[in-house]
Design a binder for this molecule. Structure first.
Ligand code: 5AD
Ligand code: SF4
Length: 446
């Protein structure tokens, strides 16, 4: 392969929104080199695996899928396979890529993804395997082109890394310390995306609420939100992920005041037991968390709440788990992302002696999911008669209003004129049948 023009690629992504967005940047790099995306792996000249190591399951999935390419590589020796992201970045990862995956050509970590073009070019000339994992960020490499997968929602990084060191979590070890992006750069990117017609801008970071603490002059997440809301256009801002220790009333007040901020909040609680929160090094209590939630519910009408929960953390007793169930019943989340604790080598909790048996973890996960299903069903019935600001979209003659919390409300298509299509409008939920919501647009009110 002398140059990459007209070559085909695929990027395979594991893990969180951060990784999804990194993959959009990787696609941008490859397309700037002249390549184009294909859905057919067999047609690929370059395949990139952007990996995740948050839980063992994610690692195993990626490893097995990379392994499955061994045959294709034999058939097509010119195929270039790249593995990047969080798995290679781990110091004591489960899989040693050098030893276990000799047919992979380029292995890089999380900090040098922006240099992919130079690695591919070097490999193309020298045909020697590249294994380069830096142990700290070189600089925040902002990529010139991003190929976004979604035409409605665009991700924008605002902060990289995490300083929190929750005892179960590998992220601080593979993503480094918190680094906020320059405010003007973020504003420019958001302006550009709004001009392009994106309706939702999702601000990304492991802990977005820490934004600006490391900048000169210092600024805050609440202030960033206010600045972004001054950008003209019909769009909304979402953000993830928040941390209950840095998320605060000031941010809630900004969310309540600014119509351009989506009325949805993802606030990971992890556990409903103070003992477990302490062992997790989460640095807050259930009481503190509930105060924030209650304040948000009071200030923001019809707010949609979601959370992350880990079951089976070392030492979690039945009583601790029951406290978690109590908490989800109290908050009544619209969505709960629940995970069984997964031991991550190099994190403190992996060394804790009171590990929980897999079958207990599974049982607790199932109980939690069942409980949450009831809550969700109940939440749906409570939508009746409520008014939501929603994005109106018509597809194949069917008009849907998408609420900030991600609910779909079916609307009569004759309600929808060209001026209304693809704009945010207030809608009222008027019927609920088989968990399906229908309603109509409240005319003249936005
Ligand atoms: N095991 C299980 N879940 C984990 N998470 C992070 N680390 C682990 C782990 N070792 C979950 C947390 C976090 C989400 C992104 O993943 O709930 O909020
Ligand atoms: Fe991991 Fe905790 Fe940082 Fe979130 S806040 S990325 S769970 S260490």
């Amino acid at each position: 392969m002398v140059n990459f023009v007209n070559k085909k690629y695929q990027v395979i992504t594991y893990g969180c929104q951060m990784n999804v967005h990194d993959s959009e940047k990787i696609s941008g790099i490859l397309e700037t080199m002249g390549m184009s995306k294909t859905d057919d792996l067999k047609l690929c000249d370059v395949i990139v695996f952007n990996t995740c190591c948050i839980r063992e399951g994610a690692e195993d999935r990626a490893y097995n899928n990379i392994m499955a390419l061994r045959e294709l590589k034999k058939e097509k020796p010119d195929l270039i396979i790249v593995v990047c992201g969080c798995m290679p970045q781990q110091k004591e990862g489960k899989y040693d890529f050098k030893k276990k995956l000799p047919f992979v050509d380029i292995v890089i970590g999380t900090y040098n993804i922006g240099m992919l073009k130079s690695y591919l070019t070097k490999f193309d000339i020298e045909h020697r395997k590249i294994y380069e994992v830096f142990d700290k960020p070189i600089s925040n490499v902002e990529v010139l082109k991003t190929v976004r997968d979604d035409d409605k929602n665009a991700y924008v990084n605002i902060i990289y890394g995490c300083n929190k060191f929750c005892t179960y979590c590998i992220v601080p070890y593979v993503r480094g310390r918190e680094r906020s992006r320059d405010l003007d750069e973020i504003v420019q990117e958001v302006k550009c995306l709004v001009d392009k017609g994106y309706k939702y801008i999702t601000l990304l970071g492991q802990n977005v609420n820490s934004y600006g603490k490391d900048l000169q002059p210092k600024t805050s997440f609440a202030s960033l939100l206010n600045t972004l809301c001054k950008i003209e256009g019909d769009f909304k801002i979402k953000f993830m992920t928040s941390h209950p220790i840095d998320f605060n009333k000031e941010i809630i007040k900004v969310m309540a005041k600014q119509p351009k901020i989506a009325k949805s909040l993802h606030l990971p609680v992890q556990s409903g037991s103070n003992t477990i929160l302490k062992a997790m090094n989460r640095r807050y209590t259930v009481g503190h968390y509930l105060k924030l939630i209650n304040f948000a519910k009071k200030k923001i009408k019809n707010i949609s709440l979601s959370t992350d929960i880990i079951v089976g953390f070392p030492g979690e007793t039945d009583k601790d788990f029951q406290d978690t169930l109590k908490l989800i019943k109290k908050v009544k989340y619209d969505q709960v992302f629940a995970f069984m604790y997964s031991k991550r080598t190099g994190t403190p909790a992996a060394e804790f002696e009171n590990q929980i048996e897999e079958k207990v973890k599974k049982k607790r996960l199932n109980t939690l999911l069942r409980t949450q299903k009831f809550i969700q069903t109940d939440n749906i019935t409570k939508c009746f008669g409520k008014v939501y600001n929603a994005l109106i979209r018509t597809d194949s003659g069917v008009t849907v209003g998408f609420t900030d919390g991600g609910r779909e409300v079916y609307l009569p298509s004759d309600n929808v004129t060209d001026e209304i299509e693809n704009t945010f409008q207030n809608i009222r939920v008027e019927t609920i049948r088989n968990h399906k919501l229908s309603g109509s647009i409240i005319k003249g009110k936005k």
